[in-house]
Design a protein around this ligand. Structure first.
Ligand SMILES: Cc1cc2nc3c(=O)[nH]c(=O)nc-3n(C[C@H](O)[C@H](O)[C@H](O)COP(=O)(O)O)c2cc1C
Ligand code: SF4
Ligand code: SF4
Length: 451
């Protein structure tokens, strides 16, 4: 069985799965229960400034039959008294010396306030501190949360207030509510952070009730923008993770990254690891299904590693990063076309419509080998979709809409052209990238036909 243990900026845990700072880590009762079921660590629900929460505070985003594809929240940090949280953190750490107990904090943007909370967290015996620069609602209006995370200068300033006094590893948790995640990550490096975590929640309005026009969630007739999380945010989280994990400055400084945002299955977890996450945090999936999902997460990850003959989870961290490329470095001569397996096809025609109306008119419908126009054909013959490979641009759309698994596959075919990237082309023949006439001549010469 693969070794799932990790060492994250000096914080050790028996597996990479930590509960993210959120409602499931509100109390000692919950974290004790989670650790009993096998969670490797927990980031305590953010403690710090005094707050009052509203009711209601969550909105659900359902898609088709799938409940809670994402959750939206207008919850603030912990509303339990600071003393109670600190006492329970100390209790949990005493009971679970082998698990990662990280304390998330957020206080007023003043050095004294941060120095004080750091000292109090250190006194609990916790393993690390996570700085919450993420809350996009409620706290940001008070100059905390994403009001810090969105300004790199504030990120480095507050991080250095913490690192100048902290004896514990300091993790900076970034907000995704920025145009570019790299500057705040570099600011964390400049502030001497020991690690980065991402993503916190994304600004959102989850819905409007069509009966009464209320914003969701509804607080006495009013609503507010909130933070979005859960499976629907995974692609955004993966992109931000890869941007940070592959950044030169972050790599040179050797900061590990804790990845989160939409992790629900071991497959999600594996993708986060491959794109550079050293530890993994989970919130929405636990709010939906409870702590028991840890069994599937650890078993699935461990089986996948065993099947691949990989002995330690740490061996896959970042293994896909080298495959991330600028558009300008992609091979323009690489070619794929769609191929339909007639034995699997159920003649639903979705691929035909998608290609005809949403792509490049490269699928023909044949009845007894003869091409028909579907809106003109009234017969009962079996309409078989066939890809005209010479017209197919290999966009993938038909394979994405086809309801039958493996029915449409994208097949690599020789393009007959020499490999060239956009960057090489612009260097060798700049006129081609600047002038449509020159571009047309280039296409004619190398045999690129666009219809
Ligand atoms: C209801 C709710 C409350 C949250 N509270 C906090 C918090 O107090 N501190 C924090 O750093 N992140 C908080 N988060 C963000 C999560 O820690 C996590 O970054 C985010 O939910 C993405 O992970 P997920 O997709 O697994 O939920 C909260 C998220 C939710 C849904
Ligand atoms: S890959 Fe794109 S262009 Fe080719 S058949 Fe499918 S939808 Fe049409
Ligand atoms: S979408 Fe798939 S199943 Fe439907 S007609 Fe096309 S190939 Fe056949």
């Amino acid at each position: 069985m693969a070794d799932l243990s990790i060492d994250f900026a000096g914080v050790k845990s028996p597996n990479p799965f930590w509960l993210a700072s959120a409602p499931p880590t509100n109390s000692a009762y919950q974290i004790n229960k989670a650790f009993e079921q096998g969670w490797g660590g927990a980031v305590w629900k953010t403690i710090g400034a005094p707050v009052l929460n509203v009711s209601s505070r969550y909105g659900g985003f359902d898609f088709g039959d799938n409940r809670l594809v994402a959750i939206n929240n207008i919850e603030l940090i912990s509303d339990r008294p600071l003393e109670v949280n600190l006492r329970e953190i100390a209790e949990v750490k005493r009971l679970w010396p082998d698990r990662a107990v990280v304390v998330s904090a957020m206080v007023e943007s003043k050095p004294e306030a941060w120095h004080d909370i750091v000292r109090r967290i250190e006194d609990t015996g916790a393993d690390a501190i996570e700085l919450n620069y993420g809350c996009p609602h409620g706290m940001s209006e008070r100059g905390m949360g994403s009001a810090v995370g969105q300004v790199p200068e504030y990120c480095s300033m507050i991080t250095s207030w913490v690192t100048e006094v902290s004896s514990l590893p300091v993790i900076v948790k970034l907000t995704p509510n920025v145009a570019n995640i790299v500057p705040p990550a570099r600011a964390a490096v400049a502030g001497n952070a020991d690690a980065i975590s991402l993503i916190n929640t994304i600004n959102s309005i989850v819905g409007v009730d069509l009966d009464n026009f209320q914003i969701q969630p509804n607080v006495g007739g009013k609503g507010s923008h909130g933070g979005y999380a859960g499976p629907a945010v995974k692609p955004i989280a993966l992109n931000m993770l890869s941007a940070v994990a592959s950044d030169e400055e972050v790599r040179r400084a050797g900061l590990p990254v804790s990845g989160m945002g939409g992790i629900q299955t071991w497959r999600d977890a594996a993708e986060f690891l491959l794109l550079g996450a050293t530890s993994l945090q989970v919130c929405t999936a636990v709010m939906h299904y409870g702590f028991r999902i840890i069994e599937d997460l650890t078993d699935g990850l461990s089986n996948w590693l065993d099947e691949k003959g990989i002995a330690r989870v740490t061996d896959v961290i970042g293994a896909s990063i080298a495959r991330i490329s600028d558009f300008g470095d992609l091979d323009l001569a690489y070619k794929t076309v769609a191929r339909i397996d007639p034995d699997l096809c159920i003649s639903c025609n979705l691929c035909y419509i998608a290609c005809d109306e949403g792509a490049h008119q490269s699928i023909d419908l044949l009845v007894d080998g003869v091409r028909v126009e579907p809106h003109e054909y009234n017969g009962n013959g079996h309409r078989r979709p066939v890809v005209a490979e010479d017209r197919c641009v290999g966009c993938n759309l038909c394979s994405l809409v086809c309801p039958v698994e493996e029915c449409i596959t994208m097949v690599e075919v020789p393009s007959g052209r020499e490999s060239v990237t956009w960057k090489e082309l612009s260097r060798r023949q700049p006129e081609v990238t600047e002038d449509w006439q020159a571009m047309q001549e280039y296409r004619n010469r190398v045999g690129i036909d666009i219809h």
